[in-house]
Write a protein that binds this ligand. Sequence first.
Ligand code: H79
Length: 435
Amino acid sequence: MSQSIIEQRTERTKWFLQDRFGMFIHWGLYAIPARGEWIRNGERISVEDYQVYFDEFNPERYDPKEWAKAAKAAGMKYAVLTAKHHDGFCLFDSQLTEYKSTNTACGRDLVREFLDAFRAEGLKVGLYYSLLDWHHPDYPAYGDRHHPMRDNEEYKRDPERFASYLDYMHGQVRELLTGYGKLDIMWFDFSYDEMKGEAWRATELMEMIRSIQPHIIVDNRLDAGGEGGGSIYTNNPNLYAGDFASPEQIIPPSGVTDNEGNSIPWEACITLNNNWGYSAADHTYKSAKTVIRKLVECVSKNGNLLLNVGPNAKGEIPRESLDILEEVGEWLGKNGDSIYGCVEAALPKPEWGRYTRKGNKLYAHLLEESIGPIGLVGLAGRVKQARLLSDGSEVFVTRPWNVHLFEKDAFFNFARPETATYPLPDERNTVVELT
Ligand code: H79
């Protein structure tokens, strides 16, 4: 008997759930105005007025080998690049449009160079492809609440022309799947209102994708994300429900489960500052400590983190981003055992932080200030040894002298033997490995 859609999903997502941490890259013409990737929409810029950015696009310092090195050093295991964002500009040499990087002054297939460079560093590779297209003449504009020209009657479209846009969209996905070697992830964005599921001819699209690259994993955004029939949130997903859920700028409070409470593969996509595309004015970067904690939080709930960078018009990842990535990588170099291949611990969330688990090893991430011994509720008699993950040094698991006050709560506690101090959380996010 053939495998069910859920069994196939489980097979396909094995590497993904091991890898846990990836780099999202939002890059395109919008790096020039440097006010985020939704600028055409936010400022209602016409195709004609946006053309100046196409005419000058020439990212001379684009060196994806440098990006790949930064991602690898950050401890990231995969990366996803915007092959086409909502503005319709293609970073690859599509035969179906003239609106592509190979027709700009730079003359390069930016997607191919990205794929080559990241594969060479041993990272898995994915492409983001926008279902919306604010450049294609047959994509609905007038009356579409997400289109820059939504209020302009001149951009009224014949609904029948949408079919020719879909041919274009399907054709480009085919180009990406056939012309660029093995891709690990296809990241579609996004469905809304009536623009969802079969409106994209999603079953046909997925059949094509699976016939060309059966192992590729696909996000859940061909669907509108509802809990209705066939979605990823049910135990009976349809062909286009996707392989993983994709919460955006949020970490779901209780992870992601289906209607029967089974864990679903998921990946939170989160920006380093508050923009996806490069924003020159946005310096609201999250600290490395925050990023590490968010990664721990995702893994503690069975999820991945896809952390976004927005390279600038010259092709460089901003220095502020690189500094954060480097620090995260330093932490993962010492503490990666508590992230890669780890899952939810199936224990109540402790007050002092979070657990992750791998086999019979439990990782205690000490995130909160504590005044002393740290209780391991429910683990009495089950912990043989405790070690600081960063340096392997011993941590005592003892009963505190006054535990008789809490007899009913018999719990174990950490204490550092040589100093009689406790492994309090610090800037480096302390992890204790319990066996
Ligand atoms: O590619 C990134 C975003 O551009 C895209 N998905 C990620 C991965 C995305 N962000 N938001 N959305 C898609 C949904 C649309 C949100 C909107 Fe708005 C809220 C559109 C109008 C109001 C955000 C805020 C965009 C413009 C203002």
